[in-house]
Structures are given as C-alpha cells and as structure tokens.
Design a protein around this ligand. Structure first.
Ligand code: CAA
Length: 262
C-alpha cells in the first residue's frame, strides 16, 4: 500500500487500483489537496499497464460531503472564484476523462462535489446508507463540478431541477430507482462489491473495455448519429487487436480466452 497523503489511501489488488478518501473529520470534504491526490493516483493507475480497472471509495459514513466549504467561504467576487477554483473543479472532468473504468464505492453522504465525483465515475455501487444530493443552493451557490449536467443526464430534468433548486436528497433505494446507481448493497459490503465489479471488468480484454467505455461516454456528449458513427469506428478498430483474434478463436475452441491487452 502506498499513500500519497494520509487523507487519500492508494492501493492495488491484482489488476484493480483502489483510491480511498480518508478525511473522516470533515466527512471527506474534497479540499484542493485531496482532489490533487485523487487525480494523481487515478491518473497514475490509468497510465499503468498492470491496472485494468479502478475503484474510488469513500468511508462508511461519507463518500464525500462536497467541496471544502472552508476553502471557498472567503473567496470574493470579481473573478476570484474562477481564478482560485477553476483548476480544482477541472479535476472532476479529469476523472470523467480517464480511459479505464472507475467504480465509485459510495456509503453515507455523497453531496455537492461528492455527488458530482461519484457521477464523474463510470458506475456507482451504493450502500444502503448512501445519500445523494446537490445541496449547494442551501449555502448560496450552485453546483460547479457537473451537478446540473451529469445529474440531469442520469435522472432526467424534473428530478434534477428539484434536487438542484431545493437541495432535495435521494436515499440509496431512490437513487437506484432513478438510475443514478448500479446497485445497493449492505453497508458492510459496499467496498467489496465495488471491488468485485472492478475485478470482473479487469478480467475482460482491456482494449475492448476501454473502447466500450469511450463509446458509452460518447453517447452522453453527442447526437445519436454521431454516437453511432463513433461506435462503428471503435468496433472496426478492435479487429486490429490480438485479443479479437484470441476471443473469437477461443470461442470455437471452447476454451477460456487468454487476453494480452494488444
Ligand atoms: N466542507 C468542509 N467541512 C465539512 C463539509 C464540507 N463540505 N461537510 C462537512 N464538513 C465538516 C463539518 O464542518 C464538521 O466539522 P467540525 O466537526 O469541525 O464542526 C464535520 O465535517 C462534520 O459535519 P457535521 O457536524 O455538519 O455533520 P452532520 O452529520 O451534522 O451533517 C452533513 C452532515 C448533512 C453532510 C453536513 O455536514 C452538511 O450539510 N455538509 C455540507 C454539504 C454541502 O453543502 N456540500 C456542498 C459543498 S459546495 C460544493 O460541493 C460545490 C461544488 O459543486 C464543487
């Protein structure tokens, strides 16, 4: 196990990289230092050929209760917010742009920047105690790291409006019913279930996984005809890979394929 900072724990388990937010005294509030460390760790895993999937986990009581309000409280107007926070907020997009899949393991509070961070990941495994929300309006602002955009794409306009305009929070089961999370599990197993999902993905051919991830992400950004064209080109490119030959040969030889990531 290595640790970039005590507040962010970085470890690996086979081909899965795990980053755990560990700032319990502030319910994992996402300070500039914490987000720098998270992006550094996940970026390192994204570049590491030995890692095929990642888990971004919180603690049982909190995934993250938002950006660090203490760091924002005294920011003045006149462009100071952009100057001081633009780089910080770009970290959520950097996580959204990673090539390898990232599973968020969420228990307890996932609020504001915490909800935005979970949504920037590719899938969310939630514990029964997870609570999702964009309560920024209650402290005089609005989401700045994707809460009005990713939440709207995930749960639709009506509910996103309500959450963003009133601070309404969603309990785990509600989040599941609205498609915000992949599954809800007992709090004791939210991390192990997230790791299990990551290991299942890590066992698949990496080039195909990354191409499929990029193509699903494209669906969020483009109109259908552009997305379909993106998908078709990605599909064709996979026929240049050794893993395509291996996968299809193994199918007819009735054996398990052995992927080499090429
Ligand atoms: N930033 C800094 N510190 C935070 C924090 C945050 N976002 N959330 C909680 N904390 C701190 C509290 O100040 C408190 O510290 P002390 O013990 O030193 O007083 C500690 O964590 C525990 O918090 P509470 O005592 O408030 O715990 P609670 O169980 O009574 O309430 C809570 C939990 C409902 C999550 C409440 O802490 C809360 O409402 N937090 C703020 C949520 C929020 O507004 N998030 C949005 C932030 S802005 C943002 O994220 C912008 C963006 O889009 C990027």
């Amino acid at each position: 196990m290595t640790s970039i900072a005590a507040e962010v724990i970085v470890e690996t388990e086979g081909a899965v990289g795990i980053v755990t937010l560990n700032r319990p005294s502030a319910l994992n509030a996402l300070s500039i230092a914490v987000m720098d460390a998270v992006v550094e760790a996940l970026g390192g895993f994204d570049r590491d050929p030995g890692i095929h999937a990642m888990v971004l986990a919180g603690l049982p009581k909190a995934f993250a209760a938002g950006a660090d309000i203490g760091e924002m409280k005294n920011i003045t107007g006149g462009g100071a917010a952009e100057q001081q926070l633009a780089n910080h907020l770009s970290h959520w997009d950097k996580i959204g742009n990673l090539k390898k899949p990232v599973i968020a393991a969420v228990s307890g509070f996932a609020l504001g920047g915490g909800c935005e961070l979970a949504m920037a990941c590719d899938m969310i495994v939630a514990s029964e105690t997870a609570v999702f929300g964009q309560p920024e309006v209650l402290i005089g602002v609005m989401p700045g790291a994707g809460g009005t955009q990713r939440l709207t794409k995930a749960v639709g306009k009506q509910l996103s409006m309500e959450m963003n305009l009133t601070g309404r929070k969603l309990a785990a089961r509600e989040a599941l019913s609205f498609g915000l999370v992949n599954r809800v599990v007992p709090v004791e197993s939210f991390l192990s279930e997230a790791k299990k999902l990551a290991h299942t993905i890590a066992a698949q051919p990496p080039l195909a996984v990354q191409a499929a991830k990029a193509s699903v992400r494209e669906a969020l950004d483009s109109k259908l005809s552009e997305g379909l064209s993106f998908e078709r080109q990605s599909f064709f490119r996979l026929f240049d890979s050794q893993d395509q030959k291996e996968g299809m040969t193994a199918f007819f030889e009735k054996r398990k394929p052995v992927w080499n990531g090429k």
